[in-house]
Ligand binder design. Structure first.
Ligand code: SAM
Length: 212
């Protein structure tokens, strides 16, 4: 994502009521944080938040957390939530590599990765959010029935991700190379990137994977 620095974004993220300011303190207590026993779903790299905001509005019995590395990007997601004030949606300005400091084992029911940065150079493969080193982290924080839902229009990244999931012995299902023409299309919620790339004619690939 091309990043435009927005002056004051970091400061705003420090005080905004929809951003969790001390997420490490919620480790192992996220349901308590939301004040219910509903499952926790996490989107990593939430970007401007369209996907998660729409998903949270449609699923009031699930608690949603959107994790985004950059405050300037997260600001856009938070602005959508400010208009809706959904009780089941909060955001974290955090990096996926710190996942274990934020969530205890088995605390998350589902992780969403949407249009993750492809890091096309081989030497950067470990930075891809579907690389085995990240799958290992996800396997720890996902519950016994937990799953990772991944979508992208980037075919090399998709093939890499499938191969990594298989290498890590994850069970992969619901694979499609053209999500919008697949039986999963009616339940699909578009992300900002998905809208942009599908309007260019790029088919969207998607899978669901279980670590156990
Ligand atoms: C290509 S954008 C996609 C945004 C959104 N998911 C969409 O589909 O429209 C990828 C996003 O992931 C964020 N990101 C990349 N690496 C991350 C990490 N390690 N932890 C958290 N967010 C990350 C980037 O800052 C960027 O906003």
């Amino acid at each position: 994502m091309r990043l435009r620095n927005i002056p004051g974004a970091r400061e705003e993220m420090l005080v905004n009521p929809y951003v969790v300011h001390d997420p490490e303190a919620c480790r192992g207590r996220w349901q308590e944080f939301f004040g219910n026993q509903n499952p926790i779903h996490l989107e990593i790299g939430t970007g401007k938040g369209r996907f998660l905001t729409e998903l949270a509005a449609k699923n009031p019995d699930i608690n949603f957390l959107g994790m985004e590395k950059y405050a300037s990007v997260l600001l856009r997601a938070v602005q959508k939530q400010e208009a809706l004030a959904l009780p089941n949606l909060r955001f974290l300005c955090a990096d996926a590599k710190d996942l274990e400091a934020l969530f205890s084992d088995g605390e998350i029911a589902r992780i969403y990765l949407n249009f993750s940065d492809p890091w096309p150079k081989d030497r950067h493969a470990k930075r891809r959010l579907t690389a085995c080193n990240f799958l290992e982290l996800y396997a720890r924080v996902l519950s016994s029935q937990g799953a990772l839902a991944f979508k992208t229009d980037n075919r090399p990244l998709f093939d890499f991700s499938l191969a990594q999931a298989k290498e890590a012995c994850w069970r992969v299902e619901d694979i499609t190379y053209d999500l919008h023409e697949s039986p999963f299309a009616p339940d699909n919620i578009m992300t900002e990137y998905e809208e942009r790339f599908s309007s260019l004619g790029n088919p969207i690939c998607r899978f669901l994977a279980h670590p156990r």
